[in-house]
Design a protein around this ligand. Sequence first.
Ligand code: AMP
Length: 581
Amino acid sequence: MQYIELVEFYELIEATTKRLEMTDFLVNLFKHTPGEVIDKVVYLTQGKLYPDFVGIEMGMAEKMALRALAATTGDSPDEVEEELKTKGDIGLAAESLLKAKKQVTLSRKELLVQDVYDALDKLAKTSGAGSVDAKVRALSGLLADAEPVEAKYIMRTITGKMRLGIADMTILDALAQAFADKEARDEIERAYNHTSDMGDVALTLSKKGIEGIKKYHARVGRPIRMMLAQRMESAGEILEKLGRAICEWKYDGERIQIHKLGNKISLFSRRLENITEQYPDIAALARQNLKVEEAIIEGECVAVDSDTGAMLPFQELMHRRRKYGIEEAVKEFPANIYLFDALLIEGEDLTEKPLSQRREILKKAIKEVNGFRLSDALFSSNVKEIEGYFENAIENGCEGLMMKGEDSTYQAGARGWLWIKLKRSYQSKMIEPIDVVIVGAFMGRGKRSGSYGALLVATYDHEKDVFPTISKLGSGFTDEDLKSLPEILMPYKLKHKHARVESTLEADVWFTPAFVIEVIGDELTLSPIHTCAFNRIREDAGIAIRFPRFTRRWRKDKAPEDATTVEEVLDMYNAQLKKIG
Ligand code: AMP
């Protein structure tokens, strides 16, 4: 197939704004394309050379592409720049300059689709020292063989600016019409959703027809397009849709699909990029603790505090999305993964099995260790119970809950009503620190073993003259602070909880309320665990601090009764309440 034939279809597609017309052109293109290059035609039409997960990207810098153009046409770099400014598009600039070309090539040859593909492929894979000149020469050579209109699309493709505006769904429509019938459309989409490889779907269709597509199934190494969720406002509404639900904490991190074959682990992001190199720690955990030979499983990766293991907000995890200094980043910004689905185990595609079974299979396939665990989940159809669970999730740094139908299948690539997220519509920003009394402590682990890992802190209830808890506080302490804490608090140590302390949590060590410190957090949230302002905003819920941090101000000047009062906390909660989108 000649490249000019493909380009003629592009010209038609570019000229239309109607989706149906665009689909018709694509159908004709696919029918016209010989089987052996159909996959390449599909990728090129999407402005790529490979499916995204392969990770080979075009995107030559515009400057470099212009240098190649100048070398072909004999124009000066300034003239080429000027043309780009006038036309506003590198493809149009190339087309017009080639039309008016000053240098004549003697041996132009006809370009085949395969030639252009191979040349672009080589360009995309060339890197390292001296590669710039080699790339400029290679592109210039390709342009010398191109018709002006071919150059238009070559330049757009190589700079990553193809932009024909064809959605995946339109390509699927066209493939169905070209190679099967309308009824086969769903089957073709399913195949695509299970492998994320449009070129391979097209190749299979053209070679084996719809029967080949029916046999198409997920394979390790090709990411499955991830199932997404709808959103609703209340647990009650969601239960009406789902019946009994598996309610999982909705972690505030990054979705990761883990693929394992023997010792080889690949990690894919929600956008299907291969992110294995960014998360060597997660890959290692999976290698050691995924006890099967072959698997595709999913989870959410979350940044955690290196000292306390507490979950941190999403922004912290983004420090991990970098190309260099990954080893340091792994140490500085450790992450955990919470697993929630199994899509393929030992060759068996599980996507049609009910979620409750998939979760069981997942549980058996892994060894749970620190940093590599199943997601926290509650099987329930009780609104009140779910609400308490929701508040607990928020307080622990989650965004809310993911409620999933117990019998739901895994619908690759779909945003359906089988998974429904429950997020907050209000949040109460915490803009001022508060003063709290230390009433208990929890023993530390790891680096903190032998000392306290977190303190249990309380507010003051003026009316009842008691100290209801508001937070488990583990962040913001220096190593010295931690070392000195047991000594500082020694005089106040008790054998059991102090009579004036109200707590549902069982601390490892209890203290007489005496020592006041200052703490700040991101938000005040409702909590089923802490007793500050219990039942005052909502039944069975108190108020807690989300992402609490010690400000390092020891308020030795304050008596325990001078700690921030419950009424003050309530005022802060109400005053800072904001609707969130
Ligand atoms: P959203 O991005 O708001 O549409 O929510 C969907 C995202 O929530 C998923 O893509 C995951 O990254 C994330 N998530 C966090 N926890 C879970 C969970 N337990 N189950 C499924 N997705 C989760």
